[in-house]
Write a protein that binds this ligand. Structure first.
Ligand SMILES: [Ca+2]
Length: 542
């Protein structure tokens, strides 16, 4: 306890200073201060980094040298192959020709031929390599030519010495004094240097020529390729244009009947043409909304349904798409207006429920035109069919409809003016009808059907269209206008005016002569449905 108290007095025990000094390691720690240590550490790090950089640089240099070596070897190999090729050609020529005078040009030609090929190689090579490689190629070419030149000289010398030995063996031992060997060596050295320089110049010139030739050949090849591509493109364009010309001719031949799918409605191609739309003031039963008469031009052929869309066709739409008509969606008890009056003479009972196309208040077969569909429902069907087929189905415009119904006729009906002839061409309010609701006289003929008739059951008009009059009223695309003043003259739909109401055309199974005319018009709101109204499709021909 006493020593502890002494310690507390401020005098440190002697061991605290003496102990560090007693070991060299501890002394070193004491002498190196932290800053010095950091500096040494940084130096060491810099040294190791420098070493690493040096190593990377060395590796890089080695790789570069390796690449250069490979390039040199490739060029040398190519040149050697070329030499061998030239030599082989020369040998072959020798054997065939056996004529000294023709040998040299033949060899030269072979060398040039091969050189052009090599030049192409060199040219391609130089496109991607640097100038050093190009210089190297020139050097190798020069060396090669030099070697050839030496070989040639050696051969000539050998030939000459052989000839000399054979013909004039005594020349060397003649009395004339021999040349000074030193002069001769100098002359030979001079001659050799001159030959080397000439060979090098020749090699450079040859390499330049090769390069130029290769470039020219590459340009010619590129030009030829561009021409071939342009020609191929032109041919493809011509073929495509021919197809475009052919296709519409085949598809747009007037009267052609086609289907875009096995279950799709049959369509008829209607020709382009002009007609007078509306009725003359003299036409019996004419309405004021049918004028003024005007010229309409249909510029393009189009397709129109051969008959009205049938119950079967509409059912397919409803089943496949799940679409519910406006009548079916209507919360009212009666979604579709019915025009059924009791007709005891015809065995027609009193009021039947009229709810939708599924139950239109009268008996229908699948082949009959669908009823109780609104303008909106009809357009939904056209959109669905367009999506299904990839073609552009739509409702006909009012002008298209009248143009197609008339089929060139200017009479009140496409069969003429006489309503009594109707029963050959249409299912209308005929003699079987008891009730005409005060609209006037029924058709004085018998068409065989009180209500709807199977689609396409009567004679067609001159365009091959069925039931353009009678059976069911047909929706068109146009907005309602009470006069044709200001209507488009190009057959397009008139989309201004009273667009809440859309135009219906053609009359129905219940229509009297007054309305069963090509020019007769009707209107209803776009959501209206009744059991007199259906529709017919149009399709744009591309
Ligand atoms: Ca009828």
């Amino acid at each position: 306890m006493a020593s502890a108290g002494k310690s507390d007095s401020g005098t440190p025990p002697p061991t605290e200073l003496a102990a560090p000094a007693s070991t060299p390691l501890a002394e070193a720690f004491v002498k190196i201060d932290p800053e010095e240590f950091a500096r040494l550490e940084a130096e060491e790090l810099a040294r190791s980094e420098a070493k690493e950089e040096e190593r990377i640089a060395l590796e890089h240099k080695t790789q570069v040298e390796r690449n250069a070596q490979a390039e040199r070897q490739a060029v040398e190999r190519a040149w050697r192959e070329q030499e061998e090729y030239a030599r082989g050609v020369a040998e072959l020529k020798k054997k065939i020709a056996r004529r000294e005078s023709r040998r040299a040009p033949a060899i030269a030609a072979a060398v040039l031929l091969g050189a052009v090929a090599l030049g192409a190689l060199l040219y391609n090579h130089t496109l991607t390599q640097d100038r050093a490689t190009k210089a190297e190629a020139l050097r190798i070419a020069a060396e090669s030519l030099e070697r050839q030149e030496e070989e040639r000289r050696a051969k000539l010398a050998a030939d000459a010495s052989g000839k000399d030995a054979a013909v004039t063996p005594k020349v060397e031992s003649s009395a004339e004094p021999a040349e000074d060997p030193a002069d001769r060596a100098r002359a030979e050295a001079y001659s050799e240097n001159a030959a080397k320089k000439a060979a090098a110049d020749k090699a450079k010139a040859l390499a330049l020529k090769i390069e130029q030739e290769a470039r020219r050949m590459a340009e010619v090849a590129a030009k030829k390729q561009a021409e071939a591509m342009a020609q191929a493109e032109e041919r493809a364009r011509a073929q495509a244009a021919a197809r475009v010309k052919e296709a519409p001719r085949a598809v747009q031949r007037p009267g052609t009947v086609f289907q875009d799918c096995p279950d799709c409605p049959r369509m008829v191609v209607i020709p382009a043409g002009e007609f007078t739309m509306g009725s003359p003031a003299s036409e019996a039963g004419r309405g004021v909304d049918e004028g003024p008469q005007r010229q309409v031009s249909i510029a393009q052929p189009f397709a129109l349904g051969r008959s009205e869309v049938t119950v079967a066709e509409f059912r397919r739409f409803a089943d496949e798409s799940g679409y519910r008509t406006e009548a079916e969606r209507d919360a009212r008890a009666q979604g579709c207006s019915g025009f059924i009056y009791a007709d005891p003479a015809a065995g027609i009972p009193g009021a039947q429920p009229v709810t939708s196309w599924r139950s239109p208040g009268l008996t229908q077969a699948d082949s009959h035109p669908v009823l109780c569909v609104s303008w909106n429902d009809a357009r939904a069907y056209a959109q669905w069919l367009s999506k299904k087929t990839g073609e552009r189905y739509r409702l006909p415009t009012e002008a298209e409809w009248e143009y197609a119904a008339r089929a060139g006729s200017v009479a009140a009906r496409y069969w003429g003016d006489d309503p009594v002839q109707a029963c050959r061409f249409a299912n209308v309010a005929d003699q079987s009808r008891f009730q005409t609701w005060g609209f006037g006289q029924k058709h004085e003929c018998t068409d065989g059907h009180y209500f709807t008739a199977p689609a396409g059951g009567y004679s067609p008009n001159r365009f091959g269209l069925y039931d353009m009059l009678g059976n069911v009223w047909e929706w068109t695309e146009d907005c309602w206008n009470a006069s044709y003043a200001g209507a488009p003259a190009d057959g397009t739909a008139w989309l201004t005016g009273d667009c809440a109401q859309r135009v219906g055309r053609g009359g129905s199974w219940s229509t009297v002569p007054r309305f069963a005319r090509s020019a007769s018009r009707n209107k209803n709101t776009a959501d209206h449905r009744d059991n007199l109204t259906g529709f017919r499709l149009a399709r744009t021909l591309e």
